[in-house]
Design a binder for this molecule. Structure first.
Ligand code: ZN
Length: 195
């Protein structure tokens, strides 16, 4: 199994601007981006994507993407966790930024590893504080959906589609629980969905 495969090559040191090279530092066991000039090691690690499943009565809120990637497809409000914020703060911030909506966290719902693209999703169930939401710079449309009206063929990301399926399945059963799962290349092929 290949681990620590770099998605974007890093050519220059972010400390001194020197040229970098890939090598296994002394005492380490994986190749790293190392500066040939100053020796600085630029570690690369997976990114955390946080978001909400915002509920309003029997519906949930989705955003139609106004930006790439997956422009025009629907998704839950979610985005990269920022430094110095908690995952819950990040999930609520993304809901504000992408849907202009205020919500409160109910509980953690979905933890999804996507190792081949170095991502971890953490999604919370959340309750909208009111029915006020609107399109934003990042979302050309924001709307409420029940299970039968979800645009299943136009969901932007595999992790979001998987989480929505679990959500409505849990909702029917009457019990919500945490779903920890992995999406890999073979899962995507099987379900013919984009990452
Ligand atoms: Zn350097």
């Amino acid at each position: 199994k290949v681990i620590n495969k770099f998605t974007v090559p890093i050519k220059y040191c972010n400390q001194c601007g020197g040229l970098t090279t890939l090598k296994i530092p002394h005492g380490d066991n994986l190749p790293r981006v190392v500066c040939e000039n100053c020796g600085f090691i630029q570690y690369e690690n997976p990114r955390v994507i946080v978001g909400c499943i915002p509920e309003w009565k029997d519906q949930i809120l989705l955003c139609k993407r106004a930006i790439e990637p997956r422009l025009g497809f629907w998704t839950l409000p979610a985005g990269f966790l920022e430094n110095n914020e908690t995952t819950q703060e990040g999930a609520l911030r993304e809901t504000k930024e992408e849907a202009n909506a205020s919500a409160t966290i109910i509980d953690v719902f979905s933890l999804i590893d996507i190792p081949h693209i170095n991502q971890v999703y953490l999604l919370y169930r959340a309750k909208l504080e009111d029915a006020n939401f609107s399109a934003t710079f990042e979302s050309s449309d924001v709307a409420l959906f029940d299970e039968s009206s979800i645009p299943w063929d136009d969901i932007a990301f595999a992790a979001i589609k998987k989480s929505l399926k679990r959500y409505f399945s849990d909702k029917r059963s009457g019990t919500f629980s945490l779903h920890a799962e992995t999406i890999n290349v073979s899962t995507l092929k099987k379900h013919r969905i984009g990452s």
